[in-house]
Design a protein around this ligand. Structure first.
Ligand code: 13P
Length: 251
C-alpha cells in the first residue's frame, strides 16, 4: 500500500527563530494524535539540523528544498545531498517549478540531483507540472510525461520505488486557484499509467503522488478523497500550524 503524505514547503520563508518556533509548534500540535498520513516539512537549509534535532522525526520528516548537482568540492554556495542527509533530513524536494523557472534547472540537472539524493539515502519529492498556456493548449499530459521520463526513467525499478512524485500545476501555485479534485485525479491517474508502462503495475500502484497548488484547509478533504491523490505539497498554508493542521487532518 502506498503512503499518504502531507508535506509543507516553506520556500524562502522564516528566519531561523521563526522556523524553530513553527516546527516546534507543529510537533506539539501532533503529539498524541493518530494520523492517517505521514507529515513532512521542507525547511530552509539553515534550519535543517536544528529542527531535526528539536522535533520527533518519527512523527515529522524533515526535507530540504534542493540539493546540489555535484557530489562535493569547489562549488561555492552549494549544499550537497550528503550534507542534507547529515542534518537528519530524510527528504529533498527536487524539480520545483520555481527552481526550474528561476534557476534554470533542466531535466538533465534534475536527473543528476535525483541520483545524488538517492545515493545519499534521501527520498526525493520530485515535482512536475505544466504552466497555464500548456494546460490551455491541452498539452498538460505530454508535459508531465516528458518531465517524468526525462529525469526519472533511467532509474532502476528499485530506485524508482523510493521516489515521491508531486504534481503541481504552475497556474495553481500561490495563486489561490486550485485544480479541482477531478482535474487532479485525472492527471494523477495519467501519471500513474505512465509509470506503470515503464515500471509495471505494482510499482505504479505503490507510488505516492501528491497534489500541490493552493491547497488549504477548505479544499484538502475533497482533493485527498480522490483515490489517486495521496496527499499534498503545501506552500503558503504550511507556514502556520493553524492552517497546516486541518490539511493534515483532512485524511
Ligand atoms: P502554495 O500552496 O502556496 O500554492 O504553494 C504550492 C507549492 O509550490 C508547494 O511546493
Amino acid at each position: 500500500m502506498r503512503k499518504n503524505i502531507i508535506a509543507g514547503n516553506w520556500k524562502m520563508n522564516t528566519t531561523f527563530e521563526e522556523g524553530m518556533e513553527l516546527a516546534k509548534g507543529l510537533n506539539e500540535a501532533l503529539k498524541g494524535k493518530t494520523l492517517k498520513c505521514d507529515v513532512v516539512i521542507g525547511t530552509p537549509f539553515t534550519h535543517l539540523a536544528c529542527i531535526a534535532d528539536a522535533i520527533d522525526t518519527n512523527v515529522i520528516g524533515v526535507a530540504a528544498q534542493n540539493c546540489a548537482d555535484k557530489d562535493k568540492g569547489a562549488y561555492t554556495g552549494e549544499v550537497s545531498a550528503a550534507m542534507v542527509a547529515s542534518t537528519g533530513a530524510k527528504y529533498v524536494i527536487l524539480g520545483h517549478s520555481e527552481r526550474r523557472a528561476y534557476y534554470h534547472e533542466t531535466a538533465e540537472i534534475l536527473k543528476t540531483k535525483v541520483n545524488l539524493a538517492l545515493a545519499n539515502g534521501l527520498t526525493p519529492i520530485f515535482c512536475i507540472g505544466e504552466v497555464l498556456e500548456e494546460r490551455k493548449a491541452g498539452k498538460h499530459f505530454d508535459v508531465v510525461d516528458g518531465q517524468v521520463k526525462d529525469s526519472l526513467f533511467d532509474l532502476s525499478a528499485e530506485d524508482f520505488a523510493k521516489l515521491v512524485i508531486a504534481y503541481e500545476p504552475v497556474w495553481a501555485i500561490g495563486t489561490g486557484v486550485t485544480a479541482t479534485a477531478d482535474e487532479a485525479e485525472e492527471i494523477h491517474v495519467h501519471i500513474r499509467c505512465t509509470i506503470a508502462a515503464r515500471y509495471g503495475e505494482e510499482i505504479a500502484d505503490n507510488c505516492t503522488i501528491l497534489y500541490g497548488g493552493s491547497m488549504n484547509g477548505a479544499n484538502a478533504k475533497e482533493l485527498v478523497s480522490k483515490p489517486n491523490v495521496d496527499g499534498g505539497l503545501i506552500g503558503g498554508a504550511s507556514l502556520s500550524v493553524d492552517k497546516f493542521m486541518p490539511i493534515i487532518e483532512a485524511f
